[in-house]
Design a protein around this ligand. Structure first.
Ligand code: CTP
Ligand code: ZN
Length: 156
């Protein structure tokens, strides 16, 4: 049990909890949150967690996540839990999950892949082979991407 809260509870919005330690800034990056958008955001990094040893937490007030945004969070932080807060109460709690197939969002590492040809109107497409310890496979050329290298290929 935590004895004190490092950052206050929020009234409305989302708490992204159980983010692997050190990944909070990357989660904000894929969500396109840089600051000037004006959302009130609290970050907690490298705090003790029963499940993970250490974890990060991101609280975003008055924001809710689309399906696409949830996939992006899952790519960076497969262990994350989303808590939806309404009037100070957790009204919904779920783990992020990846869909079986990801369209767009990721660039194939293979420079000769058809999805990277400039003149072809082909959107990238990846099979999600493993969802926890992420492994993706390009639908077009079979190139694999593991969780550790995925950040390099996220295109948003
Ligand atoms: N939280 C918040 N503002 C609220 C309610 C909750 O910032 N009004 C945060 C809590 O600080 C916690 C997370 O949302 O980081 C989840 O809250 P809760 O479910 O109450 O905590 P736990 O039971 O510890 O969650 P879990 O079992 O998922 O670890
Ligand atoms: Zn490919």
């Amino acid at each position: 049990m935590e004895k004190t809260l490092i950052v206050s509870k929020i009234k409305n919005g989302i708490v992204i909890d159980h983010i692997p330690a050190g990944k909070a800034l990357k989660v904000l990056k894929v969500l396109g949150l840089r600051g000037p958008e004006g959302y009130r955001i609290s970050l907690v990094m490298n705090v003790e967690s029963k499940k993970l040893g250490r974890k990060d937490i991101v609280k975003i007030e008055n924001k809710y996540l689309s399906r696409q945004e949830l996939s992006l969070v899952a790519l960076i932080a497969p262990s994350a839990t989303i808590n939806v807060i309404k009037d100070y109460e957790v009204v919904e709690k779920y783990k992020v999950t990846l869909p079986d197939m990801i369209t767009g969002l990721i660039k194939c590492p293979n420079p000769t892949c058809i999805s990277r040809k400039r003149n072809e109107p082909i959107t990238s497409k990846f099979y999600v082979l493993k969802k926890e310890k992420i492994m993706l496979e390009c639908y077009y050329c079979g190139t694999m991407i593991s969780g550790e290298e995925i950040e390099k290929y996220i295109t948003v």
